[in-house]
Design a protein around this ligand. Structure first.
Ligand SMILES: C=C(O[C@@H]1C=C(C(=O)O)C=C[C@H]1O)C(=O)O
Length: 291
């Protein structure tokens, strides 16, 4: 629990955080007790990306694609990420025809990274369907005439379960059918793994280089993550009720993430940066702060 509150920081402006509050960051954000020197607001990835880049917040868990594109002015915490090796379950292309036949794909306006990942994958597959920003559930958008729909976050997880569920008590989450009722779900992180054999990093905690985070915030975040990963059962229970999904599905979803930006994650991220923007500025990690 953070207690530090130096007299000097009480008189200065608060440090401002912006959190993407999808369920996949619940193990870090739910137990987080913000130090009194820090304020926070929440939103979807594209909102938090803009808030950081426009200077309305000082740190945010942003889309890694924006971190790469703005590597000249952003640095990232060296030990925090939302990464996955293989299936992620919540970054999904829902489609009604085989991938090579895709004509028109709707892209959620909430995402930067997953849109960029889809573009990289399409290029790799030699496909170039029309890509249109449009909002709605996968079912709604498919009914409106798109033959592919990219969805992310909690709603993508729920819509994935609508396609593959209900699952028996002992069903393996890693060997699920990806197709039902004429809809196929292609998991983009799984496709990245097929292509590269590497983890995919969706988000990092980035800050503007002129506004590094105070050590008390890092301490609070590390405490929160330790506590959250130690109580995944309770966190999953709470979010399963909100998402109206079985608890074991949410628990598997959460323990499948890699939250520490370890060496394999960084290598995957570097690979993605080269594919996304070969001329990107060098990615910069904040110093290993040991509060
Ligand atoms: C895995 C996910 O990652 C998110 C996807 C993002 C994006 O596509 O821009 C941004 C932040 C991540 O937390 C997800 O929300 O499903």
């Amino acid at each position: 629990m953070p207690t530090s509150c130096a007299a000097s920081s009480l008189t200065s402006a608060p440090y401002r955080a912006g959190w993407i509050h999808y369920t996949n960051v619940a193990p870090i954000l739910d137990p987080l007790v913000l130090p009194p020197t820090v304020t926070a607001l929440t939103g979807v990835p594209t909102q938090m990306n803009a808030a950081l880049l426009e200077g309305r917040v000082d740190i945010a868990n942003i889309s890694v694609a924006e971190f790469i594109r703005n590597a000249d002015r952003l640095a990232a915490l060296p030990d925090f990420s939302v990464s996955v090796l293989g299936q992620v379950y919540s970054v999904n292309l829902f489609h009604t025809c085989p991938l090579p036949e895709l004509q028109r794909v709707a892209l959620t306006a909430q995402s930067a990274t997953s849109v960029a990942l889809l573009e990289v994958l399409l290029r790799g597959w030699g496909l170039s369907p029309e890509l249109v920003r449009d909002e709605g559930t996968a079912q709604e958008l498919l009914a409106r005439g798109y033959d592919g729909v990219l969805r992310i976050g909690d709603s993508a997880l729920r819509e994935w379960y609508e396609v593959v569920g209900p699952l028996g008590e002992n069903a393996s989450m890693t060997r699920l059918p990806h197709r039902d009722g004429g809809i196929t779900v292609t998991d983009l992180s799984e496709e990245w793994y097929r292509l590269t054999g590497q983890p995919f990093v969706f988000a990092v905690w980035a800050y503007r280089k002129d506004a590094p985070p105070p050590p008390e915030l890092l301490r609070a975040m590390r405490d929160a993550r330790r506590e959250g990963l130690g109580s995944l059962g309770e966190i999953s229970q709470r979010h399963a009720a909100k998402l109206k999904l079985p608890r074991r599905v949410v628990q598997h979803y959460l323990w499948n993430f890699r939250y520490h930006l370890e060496e394999p994650d960084r290598r995957g991220l570097q690979r993605f940066a080269e594919l996304l923007r070969p001329d990107h500025a060098e990615l910069e990690w904040g110093p290993e702060i040991t509060p």
